[in-house]
Ligand binder design. Sequence first.
Ligand code: MG
Length: 372
Amino acid sequence: MKIRRILAYQVDLPLHEGSYKWSGGKSVDVFDSTVIEVETDNGVVGYGEVCPLGPFYLPAYANGVRAGIAELGPHLLGEDPRELQKMNRRMDAALKGHPYVKSGIDMACWDILGKTTGQPVCVLLGGRYGDDFVLYRAISQESPEAMASKVAGYRAEGYRRFQLKVGGDPAVDIARIKAVADKLQPGDRLIADANTGWLMHDALRVVRAVRDVDVYIEQPCLSYEECLTVRKHTDHPFVLDEVIDSIDVLLRGHADRAMDVVNLKISKLGGLTKTKQARDLCVSLGIAMTLEDSWGGDIVTAAIAHLAHSTPPEFLFTATDFNSYVTVSIGQGAPRRVNGRMAASTGPGLGIVPRMDVLGKPVVDIFASRAP
Ligand code: MG
């Protein structure tokens, strides 16, 4: 089986709540997502998706996905998409870095492997654990009162894990954490995610002020070293996210006892193949995980579902159902949240049939007119 064509489609994903806001005044109103289609010479087609959280969150931007695929795609024609490790080595040899560019292609290759073998991707990623898995709800950054007022509605949708967007003025953030904590019920979990927004002295003031609150602290500062400094001064459970972009930093974090939980985002690591490697290492090292992506629609959500459903439940801290945040559906068969939980599809591959009327015409089309 050989790759004969790679296409990319651009799709806008507006938000039900109008906008999504996090540290430093950053916000996104409409997500710019790219759907990748990989066609093979025997007619099997796979799909992937990459959606950066705007151009100012990770070193990734939406037009970069498309430009990168136009650059990388011609080097992949003629490759066997089922040979995932070999495919990834080929991608890394042809384009240095840019893991987010490779993520959607890798995802589409897993879809093809699943369709070819008749297996859901979660089975190929290690096996399906239980009936479903746990989700969290991100609470967009607003006033403490506004954020606290969201909790009851999200709980009514079944969510029991709430990730507050903090990383602003420390005094306001302390009020945000306390106001939301007041709304929690037994069994709820609270995560304060600063998204790199605090300097060390700000972070130290916040963690001291909320010492008696049962709250996880996520990625307080920009660098690994700054986060480690904060970590050494708090006994709150500690999550690293933005800095966890490779196996190297996972091993370093483990050696330094720098975190209790990591957030693995599929496109940040470069696709399902590399995220599986990181996920399996975390299981071996005893590190719990949030499994998600930077953002996305139905295809990213399906990929998250297969990854999360194939992770031992005690290691899965939370996952994300991005497709419930956005107003546009790009695929039939996508997993849907039920009572705060979600399940991977049982069909072959990712289990998604893209809505081609929503995707429109391809913006990148790399076609092998000659047989490689
Ligand atoms: Mg985070």
